[in-house]
Write a protein of this length. Structure first.
Length: 187
């Protein structure tokens, strides 16, 4: 599903999930190959606080990568790596990355990721504090481990939990602001 409301060919969009008010829009995006948590809102202040880089907030992902990830690769991700953003070299901010020893339990992906019988895969949990276009994919590729599956599991204190693809949960403004912004400097 595309993280937009307007039709684009025969791909599903957010419009098929529910009858949202016309002024609701996604905060941030997930590309067509990514899955997971997406916040939809008509609150302009919330949108501003989540998209403006000065309000750094965490975004955690479960990332399946091609190959057997090494501790050295994880250290590189945590230190920040060079990627290309809009045709220019960009040094990413330090991040958090850990190797998962047990594969996460996730809904089956449709379409499935590519599978190579002779190539192992690894899972990492990866937390960023900035949001460049396709950043996770670019970062894992830069250390030699291309991303196969990418699932956003949380944004600050909002966690996907046991939600299923296409499920929508309404949160009250007070609750979402508490989960996202309590104990953060917002000035």
């Amino acid at each position: 599903m595309l993280s937009q409301f307007t039709a684009d060919g025969d791909k599903l969009t957010l419009a098929q999930l529910s009858d949202f008010p016309k002024d609701v829009y996604p905060v941030g995006r997930l590309d067509a190959d990514s899955e997971g948590l997406l916040i939809l809102t008509n609150d302009k202040e919330l949108n501003h606080r989540l998209l403006n880089p000065k309000f750094k907030h965490s975004r955690a992902y479960l990332v399946q990568i091609e190959g057997s990830v090494t501790d050295e690769a994880i250290v590189k991700l945590c230190s920040g790596v060079s990627i290309t953003v809009e045709g220019k070299t960009y040094q990413t901010l330090p991040a958090k990355a850990t190797i998962l020893t047990i594969d996460p339990i996730l809904p089956v992906r449709n379409p499935p990721i590519r599978f190579r019988k002779n190539k192992p895969t690894s899972w990492i949990e990866f937390t960023l504090y900035e949001g460049k276009n396709r950043q996770v994919r670019k970062m894992t590729a830069s250390i030699g481990f291309p991303t196969l599956r990418l699932v956003r599991k949380s944004i600050e204190g909002i966690n996907i939990g046991d939600m299923q693809p296409g499920e929508v949960i309404a949160l009250q403004k007070e609750n979402i602001y508490h989960l996202l912004f309590d104990n953060k400097n917002l000035k």
